[in-house]
Structure formats: structure tokens, C-alpha cells
Design a protein around this ligand. Structure first.
Ligand code: URA
Ligand code: SF4
Length: 215
């Protein structure tokens, strides 16, 4: 291992709160990804969220704005949440990896999948976020999140929409990544996949409705 043992763990603050984590993550150098990214993109949303949504890593827009899911994939996510009867403002949205990994193609920056080492190095941020928020449902958007949180061999295609137990939340649901909908080639395919995505998010909505939070 090139940078042996290095991970986000070395950068965790002494006193853990969402704001101290967010602050500390700004200076994280737990893996090499910070070197070519604009900034850390930490999770954001409601402190009392009943749902935590976990993506893979920030994209081009997120990297520039410093906020998760604000680009094209975020717009798909917003639309699907609304169609499922969920309000993004009542969720907490974050990613497995907090820096944008990309390769240049001409002037464009193309998303590059994070590797196992980067995912492992960055995971402490996500685990602390989820531990602090204590959501009722953790939603894994795509294979990277599902495999990081539900097991390395987890198959989203086979198990999407199932309600699963998890170490970090009473319930977990895995579904596709909203970018996979954008990548569909025809508008029919896009529509069909959007509908399936909404069906999975409705599973999440039903879980919440079946378990109203005691106040
Ligand atoms: N894709 C992700 O996985 N996360 C983002 O924040 C944006 C795009
Ligand atoms: Fe730290 Fe994660 Fe960024 Fe790597 S990707 S430098 S572990 S915040």
C-alpha cells in the first residue's frame, strides 16, 4: 500500500458532531483524491432526518458547488423523491466518497469510479454521519453505496427495493444510482427506469408511514 494505513480516521475531530465532522472533513487527506478535487463535498440535510440517502461520490457540479447531488443526477433524485411522496428537505443526502474522482477528456472532467482503497479510506466520515443522524432508513443509491454498506457481494439488480437490516440503521433499501437513469439511451428506457426508481423509493416512503416517529 502506497500510503500505508492512511484514512479519514486520522482526520476525525476529537469531539464528534455533524458540524465538527464537516469542518474536519474539509482538510481530509486520508487518500489521494483531495489532490485533484476542488473541495470536500460533505453530506447535508436535516439533522433529524428519518432517511439518509447515500450516493457514490460528488460529480463535476457537486465538486464546484461543494454540495451533494446538485447536478443532473441530483435533479433526477429530487424528481423521483417527490414522485414517491418524499421531501428532500426532510432527508440527509451524502456520498460514500467525499472528493470527486475524475479523468480529463478534453476540457471535460469525466467521473471515474472510486477504488476499494479510496472507499475504505473515506468510510469513517459516512459511518459517523449515519451514527449521528440515526435514520430509520438508509437508502443506498447504486452499487458503490450498496457494496460499501451492505456487503461487497451485494447485487443491486437482484435485490433493489428489498427492505434489509443493516448495522447502521433499522432498515436499509438499495436501489439504482440516479445517474444510471440519465445514461439510458432512449426516452422509453429512461421513463421505464425512472418509474422503477420511484417504485423503490416508495418502499422507503411506506416504511416511514408504517412507523411514524414518536415525538
Ligand atoms: N453522484 C453521486 O453519487 N453523488 C453526488 O453527489 C452527485 C452525483
Ligand atoms: Fe479524505 Fe475521503 Fe477525500 Fe479521500 S476522498 S481525501 S478519504 S475525504
Amino acid at each position: 500500500m502506497a500510503e500505508a494505513g492512511l484514512s479519514a480516521l486520522q482526520f476525525l475531530p476529537a469531539k464528534i458532531s455533524l458540524s465538527s465532522l464537516r469542518e474536519a472533513a474539509r482538510d481530509c487527506r486520508g487518500c489521494p483524491l483531495y489532490k485533484h478535487a476542488t473541495q470536500t463535498v460533505f453530506g447535508e440535510g436535516s439533522r433529524s432526518a428519518r432517511i439518509v440517502l447515500v450516493g457514490e461520490q460528488p460529480g463535476h457540479e457537486e465538486d464546484l458547488q461543494g454540495r451533494p447531488f446538485v447536478g443532473p443526477a441530483g435533479r433526477i433524485l429530487d424528481e423521483a423523491l417527490e414522485a414517491a411522496g418524499l421531501d428532500r428537505r426532510e432527508t440527509y443526502v451524502t456520498n460514500v466518497v467525499k472528493h470527486f474522482k475524475w479523468v480529463a477528456q478534453g476540457k471535460r472532467r469525466l467521473h471515474k469510479k472510486p477504488g476499494a482503497r479510496e472507499i475504505g479510506a473515506c468510510l469513517p466520515w459516512l459511518e459517523k454521519e449515519i451514527e449521528l443522524i440515526e435514520p430509520e432508513v438508509m437508502v443506498c443509491l447504486g452499487a458503490t453505496a450498496a457494496q460499501a454498506l451492505l456487503g461487497r457481494d451485494f447485487k443491486v439488480t437482484a435485490r433493489r427495493g428489498e427492505v434489509l437490516p443493516s448495522r447502521l440503521a433499522p432498515h436499509a433499501v438499495a436501489t439504482v444510482h440516479p445517474s444510471s437513469i440519465l445514461r439510458q439511451e432512449t426516452s422509453e428506457d429512461r421513463e421505464r427506469e425512472m418509474k422503477r426508481f420511484i417504485v423503490d423509493l416508495k418502499v422507503v416512503a411506506r416504511l416511514l408511514n408504517g412507523h411514524p416517529r414518536a415525538s
